[in-house]
Design a protein around this ligand. Structure first.
Ligand SMILES: Cc1cc2nc3c(=O)[nH]c(=O)nc-3n(C[C@H](O)[C@H](O)[C@H](O)COP(=O)(O)OP(=O)(O)OC[C@H]3O[C@@H](n4cnc5c(N)ncnc54)[C@H](O)[C@@H]3O)c2cc1C
Length: 414
């Protein structure tokens, strides 16, 4: 009997690999195993609808429990894989026992980067990655009055918006000079700073947190390196993640900014794939190796790895896209804007409906859209198909993006 495919990690990437393998007509055994004690669920609602009480546990499941039985996917929840025994082609469970594989998919994701300042271990300093953590934050938010959010990236700002919408006093502290600095242009950072400020969030950029202090083991205040002090009965930390590379490292697979894979998402061992938040992969839209943290990347890489395991190997070439919801505003991003040399805006900045188009060497590489879903959709088509457009065209509201997206692509490299 063939060993089939073992998928480690029951997040977005792990779930999608199993589902895509069956959609590809793969008939061999599939084992989907993860340390979390739940059936696979979506993470984005944990800082949005679920946290706000608009969605319950069932509504965030990626598929109902019956899906796994119906598709003959052996789902094992609440079990950690301790090691890969490459030579024997099997994985070892931390609780004991081994699972053989013909193909192994590491969809092990990432974990929160933690603070290493005095007071970081006080009760009331919380992080958000898992369903359990979202449940705890929700419970603690109900009692808390003053919240300090450390980190002005997507997770920090979504937490700030949720807490403020629940009527809490909220301060956001970002170390860099502007919000979401690594991924959006200054005009988008400014827009979100204004949005949060207008809703009563106290936004501080360019400030370093030096200490968290408390009483009776519970957090009481957050101190900045310039001496400023902010009272807090809850501190929510969103300062990025670290990829889970230890399993791959133990198997002596190459590690860089994640588990190193080739353009087919294979590690140095051709039977082992790594996908999603943990994978350092060559990305044609970045023109470089990157590690992306998004639902799109996890789901598309899963489909690509599943196709390869099912015998239909192709290079990974999906266009990156991402979204964030803060208050009633949706920001949608397509492409990767890193290294842009020109950015133009479409729409009136005062209207709460704008898009920023990023160009590099006269080529459109990315677009960020605030409450302009059509721009996002056509922008995705234009970037993915490499249609040549000019900054003047996309900035001009009278030019139809849909018509531009229908043009024939320019030859690669031209
Ligand atoms: C609060 C929050 C909000 C987000 N919002 C958005 C959003 O709006 N838009 C967007 O595009 N993306 C968003 N993301 C990011 C997105 O959810 C992730 O990029 C995506 O879920 C990554 O999926 P993954 O399967 O690669 O990793 P993960 O979801 O991290 O799954 C990995 C799984 O592997 C398990 N695991 C690790 N090691 C082992 C082991 N040794 N044995 C067994 N199991 C193991 C982990 O416990 C985990 O369950 C958000 C993330 C969070 C946390």
């Amino acid at each position: 009997m063939p060993a089939g495919t073992v998928i480690v990690g029951t997040g977005q990437a792990g779930f999608q690999t199993a589902a895509s393998l069956r959609a590809e007509g793969y008939l061999e055994p599939i084992t989907l195993i993860g340390e979390e004690p739940h059936i696979p669920y979506q993470r984005p609602p944990l800082s949005k609808g679920f946290l706000m009480g608009k969605q319950d546990t069932e509504s965030i499941e990626l598929r109902p429990g019956a899906f796994y039985h119906d598709h003959q996917i052996n789902l094992i929840a609440g079990r950690r894989i301790a090691a890969i025994e490459c030579a024997e082609r099997r994985v070892r469970l931390a609780a004991g026992g081994r699972l053989p594989y013909d193909a192994l998919v590491l969809a092990v994701g990432a974990r929160n980067r933690t603070l290493s300042i005095p007071g970081a271990d006080l009760d009331g300093v919380l992080y958000l990655r898992s369903l359990e953590e979202s449940i705890v934050i929700k419970e603690r938010l109900a009692e808390a009055k003053e919240i300090v959010v450390i980190g002005g990236g997507f997770i920090g700002l979504e937490l700030a918006a949720a807490a403020r919408s629940l009527g809490k006093a909220v301060t956001v502290i970002e170390a860099l000079p502007r919000l979401m600095p690594r991924v959006v242009a200054p005009v988008i950072s400014d827009f979100f700073r204004e949005l949060h400020t207008s809703r009563g969030v106290n936004v501080l950029c360019g400030c370093a947190v030096s200490e968290i202090s408390g009483a009776d083991g519970r957090v009481r205040e957050v101190r900045l390196s310039d001496g400023a002090v902010f009272p807090a009965d809850l501190v929510l930390v969103g300062i990025g993640v670290l990829p889970n590379v230890e399993l791959a490292q133990g198997a002596r697979l190459p590690i860089a900014n994640g588990i190193v894979v080739d353009d087919h998402l294979r590690t140095a061992d051709e039977r082992i794939y790594a996908i999603g938040d943990c994978a350092d992969h060559p990305n044609p839209f970045a023109g470089a190796r990157v590690r992306l943290e998004s639902v799109q990347n996890a789901a598309d890489q899963a489909q690509c790895a599943a196709a390869a395991i099912a015998g239909r190997s192709e290079c990974y070439s999906a266009l990156p896209w991402f979204w964030t919801d803060q208050f009633e505003i949706k920001l949608q991003m397509a492409g990767l804007s890193g290294g842009y040399d020109n950015a133009v805006m479409r729409g009136d900045p005062g209207s709460q409906k704008i898009s920023v188009f990023y160009f590099k060497d006269d080529r459109l590489i990315a677009i960020d859209s605030i409450n302009r879903p059509a721009d996002h959709m056509f922008g995705r088509k234009i970037i993915a198909s490499r249609v040549r457009v000019t900054p003047e065209q996309v900035a001009d509201e009278s030019v139809d993006l849909k018509a531009l997206a229908r043009q024939s692509p320019s030859p690669r490299g031209s």
